[in-house]
Design a protein around this ligand. Structure first.
Ligand code: HEC
Ligand code: HEC
Length: 387
């Protein structure tokens, strides 16, 4: 136990050093929960984009600024709403003029730890990610990044802050500065300290209920969940950062795969952007990681999402097709199909097989999922709604 505490103290110290002079935790919330980072590794901060309070504040403003859209109604926060644990609660997101995309908005909470961004990992980091929605035709809907800069340049407050933070004049301001500020803000949106963290990393044996403890045993045992939703010795992000086909959405395109893959590669060769192609066409969206790597074996494979705060982020999966955590457990128990006995798809991950768990065991797994809610976001009303 003493060793564990020492490791935690050291990693906290390390986290502090990595973020530089300003500890991220003091912003944007005056964080009353000093244990917020229990169970998390240090936040990785790129050497070329150190955290500063002014830059984080600038990113916060950009993240919430609806002016950065074609009709003045869409900000990042529309789809990543703090009140909904940084999601939108919809199956698939809605952008400007009510246009629907094809995918479910993942939470931005703890996205700072992702080794790649988006369900198909098409962007390596938060900086790269943040530039895409601004010019996506079904999200912010701007035509190009110049328009973003024009909007920013008309606001004297923005200009003054960009000048202080990046030491650039209005003329020299680029979309990369905008992206860096947004990413810095997002690196403050981290939350650990769930019941599970207190149970597992702090040794508080009473932090989880009996059902949650049974669910945890299934999670690391017969459910084999931990093989993809990983837990390390001193922290847990519940993702292996890899891509797997677990049988979601793919059945909708099964017959169409030869034509779809060919058409997709052709569109890409003609200069089509993956971000636009997958978010504007339902069927192309289902190609998953294939859209990025062109590898047939990765058709229908999506990034393993974190399970932290999953109780608050329904509906589930890349297409938002599963409404409750119980439906998710049934899908796994059936071996990767919604209804028991349906044929599985040709590209299904070898890690997905029928689990033969009983109904009460599925409920225990759901109970365990609710042990992953950070105390900072725990809300008794939503907790009940998810059960
Ligand atoms: C119209 C809704 C919408 C808007 C506006 C929007 N997003 Fe998203 N966001 C999504 C959806 C949907 C995805 C998943 C898309 C995909 O994987 O192809 C996503 C993915 C992400 C991810 C990746 C998370 C992960 O786990 O991979 C991050 C980070 C993110 N958005 C941040 C932002 C930022 C920053 C902005 C503003 C510049 C923004 N979003 C604007 C809907 C939206
Ligand atoms: C082979 C790897 C793998 C295994 C094993 C696995 N998962 Fe997943 N999990 C994934 C991937 C990949 C997704 C996203 C799939 C998609 O959207 O197409 C996912 C999605 C989820 C989601 C939805 C999260 C969200 O934000 O939408 C939950 C909940 C979940 N898994 C829980 C579990 C549980 C519980 C188990 C064990 C019974 C388990 N997983 C086993 C890879 C795996």
């Amino acid at each position: 136990m003493r060793f564990l505490l020492l490791t935690l103290a050291l990693s906290a110290l390390f986290a502090y050093q990595q973020v530089g002079a300003e500890p991220a935790a003091v912003y944007p919330h005056s964080d009353s929960d000093e244990n917020n980072s229990v169970g998390l590794p240090p936040v990785p901060i790129p050497a070329n984009n150190p955290q500063t309070t002014a830059k984080i504040g600038l990113g916060d403003k950009l993240f919430h600024d609806k002016r950065l859209s074609v009709d003045g109604t869409v900000s990042c926060a529309n789809c990543h709403d703090e009140k909904k644990a940084f999601t939108d609660g919809l199956s698939v997101s809605i952008g400007h003029h009510g246009l629907a995309g094809t995918r479910n908005a993942p939470t931005v909470l703890n996205a700072a730890f992702n080794r790649s961004q988006f369900w198909d990992g098409r962007e390596p980091d938060l900086e790269g990610q943040s530039k895409q929605p601004l010019i996506n035709p079904v999200e912010h809907g701007l035509t190009n990044h110049k328009q973003v800069l024009e909007i920013v340049r008309t606001d004297p407050d923005y200009l003054a802050t960009f000048q202080t933070v990046f030491e650039v004049s209005a003329k020299k301001l680029t979309i990369d500065h905008v992206a860096q500020a947004i990413a810095s803000f997002e690196r403050t949106l981290v939350a650990g300290n769930s019941s599970f963290d207190r149970y597992y990393f702090k040794g508080q044996t009473d932090a989880m209920s009996d059902a949650q403890v049974r669910g945890f045993q299934l999670f690391i045992g017969r459910g084999r969940c931990v093989s993809c939703h990983t837990i390390e010795q001193d922290h847990a992000l519940f993702t292996d950062s890899r891509f797997h086909n677990i049988g979601i959405g793919i059945n909708r395109i099964q017959q169409d795969i030869p034509r779809l893959t060919e058409a997709f590669l052709e569109a890409k060769n003609k200069g089509g952007q993956v971000d636009v192609l997958v978010l504007t066409d339902k069927k192309s969206s289902e190609l998953g990681r294939f859209a990025v790597t062109d590898e047939l074996s990765q058709i229908g494979a999506f990034k393993t999402p974190t399970l932290r705060n999953v109780e608050l982020t329904a509906p589930y999966m890349h297409d938002g097709s599963l409404k409750t955590l119980k439906e998710v457990m049934v899908h796994y128990n059936n071996g990767g199909v919604n209804n028991a006995g349906e044929p599985v798809n040709d590209f299904l991950s070898g890690g997905i097989r029928p689990l033969n768990l009983t109904e009460p065991q599925l409920d225990d797994l759901v109970a365990f999922m609710t042990a992953l809610t950070s105390s900072k976001y725990a809300n008794p009303t939503t907790a009940q709604a998810a059960n």
